[in-house]
Ligand binder design. Structure first.
Ligand code: PMV
Length: 360
C-alpha cells in the first residue's frame, strides 16, 4: 500500500453532526523505534505489547459549519477543562492528516479527552491520545463512506495515528503489534502497524507489565529531539540493523516461548535505546539513579529465584516490569517489598497485555 491509498476518492454520505467516543490503550515497545525519516517513517521496525489499563478515552463531537474551508475549528477539553497548551499539537496533527481526511475544515469539533492514569505520572499519553483521536475522526470518515471494511478502518486509523505520534500506530490493535518494513514479516509496513501475524506461545498470554513511576517530572529532552539526534549518530547504522535482527529472533522466541531469550532481547533493546541517547550529540540521560537501583534489584531477584521477570524502558526514567502471568504472585510481592520504595510517592500501575482500542 502507498500513502495515496488512504486519500478518499469521494464520499457517498453527508453527515451533519454527531459524536464518536473511543478508548485507545498505551503500548510498550519490546524492539524500540528510535530514529525517523520524513513524514514519521521509522528508521527501523519495532514491536510492542499493547497495554490494557493505561488508556486515553476521547470523544469528538462534530457539527458541520455553514461556511467551510476556513481555519481548523475545534475546542479541546482535558479532564473537563479547556486545555490551550494541547491545541498546537492538534493543529499540527490536523494539518498532517488533512489530505487523508479532507472534511476537517468543514466541521467544528469539540474534543474531550481523559486518561486512565494520572497526567503527570510520566506515562506517555501521546500514543494512546493520538490513536484515540484518530479513531474518532475515522468514525466520521467511515460514516461518510459506509462501504469501508473494518480491515481498512484499522489500517487507516493506524496510518493517521502514526502521523500524530509514531508509536501511536501500535495502539489500535492488540495484543502484539509490529510497525515498520521487515523482510521476515509478511505484510509489515512503514506506514502503519499490523497485528503480529505469526504463532505466539501461550506463556505470553496475559503477560504482565507493572509500570514503576520513578520520576513524574517533565522529560528534559522530548522524543522528537531524541529521534532527530539519530541523524548522523555514530552508531545509527549498526543500531538499525540490530533492530531488524532482534525482530527476527523475537519471532522464534514468540513461537517457542523461550523466556531467557525474550529477556535478553528485551533488556538489551531498552539499554540500547538509552545508550543511543547517551552517545548522541548532544548527549543526554533520561534514567535516574532509582531506575538503575530497580534494574539491579530485578537482576538479583531473577538470579536468586530463577524467575523470569525483566525490565524495559521507554524514553524516560520509569521502569516497565514484565513477567509471565504464572509468576504474578511472587513477582508482585517482590515489587511491593523491594521496588516500590524507589518510586516517586510509591506510585506504580499494574497493567498487562491488552487487545486494542474500543469504541465506547
Ligand atoms: O512515538 P514517539 O515519537 O513518542 O517515540 C516513542 C519512542 C519510544 O517510546 C522510546 C520507543 C517506542 O518504540 O515506543
Amino acid at each position: 500500500m502507498t500513502e495515496n491509498d488512504f486519500v478518499p476518492s469521494g464520499y457517498s454520505h453527508q453527515i451533519k453532526s454527531g459524536k464518536a467516543t473511543w478508548s485507545a490503550p498505551s503500548n510498550i515497545a519490546l524492539v524500540k523505534y528510535w530514529g525517523k525519516k520524513r513524514n514519521q517513517i521509522p528508521a527501523n521496525p519495532s514491536i510492542s505489547f499493547t497495554l490494557d489499563i493505561a488508556a486515553t478515552t476521547t470523544s469528538v463531537s462534530y457539527a458541520k459549519l455553514t461556511q467551510s474551508q476556513g481555519p481548523f475549528s475545534f475546542e479541546l477539553f482535558f479532564e473537563g477543562n479547556p486545555k490551550k497548551d494541547f491545541e498546537p499539537k492538534i493543529e499540527t496533527f490536523f494539518a498532517r492528516v488533512e489530505k487523508y481526511l479532507p472534511f476537517l475544515r468543514d466541521y467544528h469539533f469539540i474534543i474531550e479527552t481523559s486518561n486512565s492514569f494520572p497526567h503527570s505520572s510520566g506515562i506517555a499519553s501521546s500514543a494512546s491520545g493520538m490513536s484515540a483521536l484518530a479513531l474518532c475522526l475515522m468514525d466520521l470518515d467511515r460514516q461518510m463512506n459506509p462501504a469501508m471494511t473494518s480491515r481498512f478502518f484499522k489500517k487507516k486509523a493506524s496510518f493517521l495515528s502514526r502521523l500524530g505520534s509514531g508509536s501511536a500506530c501500535r495502539s489500535i490493535e492488540g495484543p502484539i503489534v509490529q510497525w515498520g518494513d521487515h523482510d521476515d514479516t509478511e505484510g509489515s509496513s512503514d506506514l502503519f502497524g499490523i497485528g503480529y501475524p505469526y504463532k505466539v506461545h501461550n506463556v505470553f498470554e496475559n503477560y504482565q507489565d507493572t509500570i514503576l513511576l520513578v520520576d513524574k517530572g517533565q522529560k528534559q529532552v522530548s522524543s522528537t529531539v531524541g529521534h532527530d539526534l539519530m541523524h548522523n549518530h555514530p552508531f545509527a547504522t549498526q543500531r538499525f540493523e540490530q533492530a531488524h535482527n532482534n525482530l527476527s529472533e523475537l519471532q522464534q522466541v514468540f513461537a517457542n516461548g523461550n523466556l531467557d531469550r525474550f529477556i535478553a532481547i528485551v533488556e538489551s533493546e531498552a539499554l540500547t535505546l538509552h545508550a543511543m541517547m547517551m552517545t548522541s550529540h548532544p548527549y543526554f540521560i533520561l534514567m535516574k539513579p532509582n531506575t538503575l537501583e530497580i534494574i539491579n534489584k530485578i537482576w538479583a531477584f531473577r538470579e536468586a529465584n530463577k524467575a523470569h521477570v525483566c525490565f524495559t524502558l521507554d524514553a524516560g526514567a520509569n521502569v516497565h516490569v514484565l513477567y509471565p502471568e504464572h509468576e504474578k504472585d511472587i513477582t508482585l510481592q517482590f515489587i511491593k517489598n523491594e521496588l516500590v520504595a524507589y518510586c516517586e510517592n510509591q506510585q506504580y500501575l499494574c497493567d498487562k497485555i491488552g487487545f486494542g482500542a474500543k469504541k465506547m
